[in-house]
Design a protein around this ligand. Structure first.
Ligand SMILES: Nc1nc2c(ncn2[C@@H]2O[C@H](COP(=O)(O)OP(=O)(O)O)[C@@H](O)[C@H]2O)c(=O)[nH]1
Ligand SMILES: [Mg+2]
Length: 311
C-alpha cells in the first residue's frame, strides 16, 4: 500500500501546487491561502487510492480529514514546495494515529508486580514462537529472569521448537505432553515462576484461525484460568489488511492488550502497523525485522512514518 501512497503523494502534491498557482495568479502579495475547494478533488483521489490499496477505511478517513484540517487555510508562499507541505501534513496525521496508543514494554515489565504472565496469540506461522525467543533474549539482557510455557500442545513439533530456543538462551521451559490442555501448562508455569522467583512468564500458544471456535475457546480458558497481565497479538506485516481483520477478531473474542508485527524485513509494508494500531486502539510494542534473536526493534512511530514516507 505505501509504495502506491508515495506515488500518489507526489501527484497529490503536484495537483495542490497547480491549484495554488492558479489561485496565486490573482493574488497581489507573494502568498496565497489553500482553500477547501482546491483541495477537494485531490484529497478525494488520495482517499480512493488509499482504499484501493487495502488501507483500513477508518484509518483512511482519519488521515484524510486530518490532512485537510492541516492544509486548508494554510498560507503558502509562492515557490514553497507543495510536496513538502503535503508530506508534513500526512506525516503529522500518521504520527497522531500512531501515538494515540503508547505502551513502554520495558517500563511495564519493570513496574508490574512479579511474576508477570504474558501470553502470545495469533494465527499460524506469523512468528509467535520466534518472537517469544526474541522477547526473552531482550528481557534477559535487561536483567530479568524468564520462564517459558510450551502451551502450543496442538501442533506436532511445537514443543521441540520452543524448547530449542529456550535451551539456546539458557531459559527454563515448562511442558506437558502433546495434546495436553494449554491452560494447564501456563498455570503450571506461573506456579513454577512463583516458587522459583522468576520474574516473567512467556507463553507460546498454538496458532489458530480466528474462525476456529474451539481453539479460540482454549485461549479464553488460558485467560480465565491464568489471568495474564498482558496478551500480545502477533501478526506479520505481509498480511496487510488481513492482519487488521484478525487483530479485531482476536480482540473481540479473547481480548488483546498490545501487538507485535513481524517480518518487516521481508515486506516493508509497515502500513499494516498503522492500520492495526488504529483499528484495535492498542499499542504496538515491537517490530520483527529478521529471524535472529536480536532482530526485534522497539516500536518507534517516527521511525516507521519516516520510512513509509521516504523515497
Ligand atoms: N524474515 C523474518 N522471518 C521471521 C520473523 N519472525 C519470524 N520469522 C520466521 O517465520 C517462520 C514462522 O515463525 P514461528 O515463530 O514458527 O511462527 P508461529 O507459528 O507463529 O509460532 C519461521 O521460519 C521464522 O523464522 C521476522 O521478523 N522476519
Ligand atoms: Mg509457534
Amino acid at each position: 500500500m505505501f509504495d502506491k501512497l508515495k506515488k500518489k503523494l507526489k501527484s497529490f502534491s503536484k495537483t495542490v501546487e497547480e491549484k495554488v498557482v492558479d489561485k496565486g495568479k490573482a493574488a497581489i502579495r507573494g502568498e496565497t491561502v489553500l482553500g477547501e475547494k482546491e483541495l477537494r478533488a485531490p484529497l478525494e483521489e488520495l482517499e480512493v487510492a488509499l482504499l484501493e490499496n487495502d488501507a483500513a477505511l477508518s484509518v483512511v478517513e482519519e488521515l484524510i480529514s486530518q490532512v485537510k484540517r492541516d492544509l486548508v487555510g494554510k498560507r503558502k508562499k509562492w515557490g514553497v514546495d507543495a510536496e513538502g507541505l503535503v508530506k508534513n501534513a500526512i506525516r503529522d496525521a500518521l504520527l497522531n494515529i500512531l501515538s494515540a496508543q503508547k505502551l513502554d514494554f520495558d517500563e511495564f515489565v519493570s513496574n508490574r508486580e512479579k511474576p508477570i504472565n504474558i501470553a502470545f496469540i495469533g494465527v499460524n506461522g506469523t512468528g509467535k514462537t520466534t518472537t517469544i525467543a526474541k522477547v526473552a533474549k531482550r528481557l534477559l539482557s535487561y536483567g530479568h529472569s524468564v520462564v517459558i510455557a510450551a502451551a502450543d500442545t496442538y501442533r506436532a513439533g511445537a514443543t521441540e521448537q520452543i524448547e530449542q530456543h529456550a535451551s539456546n538462551l539458557g531459559i527454563k521451559l515448562i511442558k506437558h505432553q502433546y495434546g495436553a490442555d494449554p491452560a494447564a501448562v501456563v498455570y503450571d508455569t506461573v506456579k513454577y515462576a512463583k516458587a522459583n522467583r522468576k520474574e516473567v512468564v512467556l507463553s507460546d500458544t498454538a496458532g489458530r484461525m480466528h474462525t476456529s471456535v474451539n481453539l479460540m475457546e482454549q485461549l479464553n480458558k488460558i485467560r480465565r484460568v491464568t489471568k495474564p497481565d498482558m496478551v500480545i497479538f502477533v501478526d506479520e506485516a505481509v498480511a496487510g489488511n488481513d492482519a487488521v481483520e484478525r487483530a479485531k477478531r482476536f480482540d473481540e473474542l479473547v481480548g488483546i492488550d498490545a501487538s507485535i508485527l513481524t517480518k518487516l524485513d521481508i515486506d516493508e509494508n509497515g502500513g499494516a502497523a498503522i492500520s492495526i494500531a488504529h483499528s484495535t486502539s492498542k499499542p504496538i510494542l515491537f517490530l520483527g525485522i529478521g529471524q535472529g534473536y536480536e532482530d526485534l526493534k522497539k516500536f518507534d512511530a517516527e521511525w516507521l512514518v519516516d520510512k513509509l514516507l521516504s523515497g
